[in-house]
Write a protein that binds this ligand. Sequence first.
Ligand code: CA
Length: 422
Amino acid sequence: MTNANDPSLKSWVEVSPDSDFPIQNLPFGIFKTRYLSPVAGVAIGDYVLDLVYLHENGFLDGIGLPPGIFNQKYLNDFIAMGRKKTRDVRERISELLRHDNDELDRPAREIALIPMREVQMQMPLRVPNYTDFYSSEEHATNVGSMFRDPKNALLPNWKHLPVGYHGRASSIVVSGTPIIRPKGQIKLPDDEQPIFSASRKMDFELEVAFITCSETKLGQPVSVADAENHTFGFVLFNDWSARDIQQWEYVPLGPFLGKNFGSTISPWIVTLDALEPFRVDGPVQNPEVLPYLKSHGPKNFDIRLEVLLQPEGGDPVTISRSNFKYMYWNVNQQLAHHTINGCNLQVGDMYASGTISGPSPGSYGSMLELTWNGSKPMVLPDGTERQFINDNDTVILKGYCEMNGLRIGFGECRGKILPATV
Ligand code: CA
């Protein structure tokens, strides 16, 4: 449907075969350098393409972009222009980067392309609202088995609606931002009363989040069929979780301080357009869902996911491999359910999938599951053990799609846990 996805395209920018950012990806982000305040850019190979330069020098003429649209610290105004216009921009950038296109001459290329190692990636969006779903059957089954009853691991509503809750938008941070271990109330198993302590069960959650690009009116639901017109793209999402704080506080209203101290996203927003070639069918939904949740065609995405843990001074170790395609509820169903009661969307809202666990232990998306709540500690190559995340450990999420020789990726979603403040 879009020329920019043609697997045969090549760019005059040299891109290594294992890069996340070939010409078929072209994700959007916000970056700054020592000399530039935050502006919009697109990733290509090991470079960032400066969109302000392209726009101000007439290379994006004819698309109908307002002046200054890229000279901003967030992408909200850009994505609010809608799917068609943002697609036109991606198509035009693809054209400019093609190996046989010389509209950007050598001096222009030298100004427009900035090596990634010289930029600092910023939060790409002002996020008005953040919702966290719970849409992986394997994850929900594991958690239900651990804390309730393996025979009735899924609660009765789970296969009838995409379970979710409203999270905290203010503490979503970009990859590379350290996270301070939270403190709060925890209740130790043998104690009657809670104590105040730094969390002893610090965890990550491997998730993918989608981002909406439109404002809707209160009282006007978005249908499953229309949902993609409101979806700009995706990022990797680490929903940091303090399991001990969570376990003591979460009944009856759900997660609160166990989750709202920080969530980390990858800086590049991979567009829904770029993910088109990687659509796959989701799991069969049985029992049949209510009519407002019926979904047709391949609406899941084959995104290979990986979690790495890096101890202080050590090498990163892969501790899990999963895939976004395992999601029981697809993003269109999530958005339709979210708005069926009349709840309105805003530009830049983030909707996380919920922890994405696969069917086998090596594909679990949290330490809670990987070590079965600490009962089966993980041994790292350096000989140390982990039940949960230690201070000064770094957790890195990675994700990429690969099919028929075409590979596009998300870059990294990285965060280091710092000791709790005294
Ligand atoms: Ca979560």
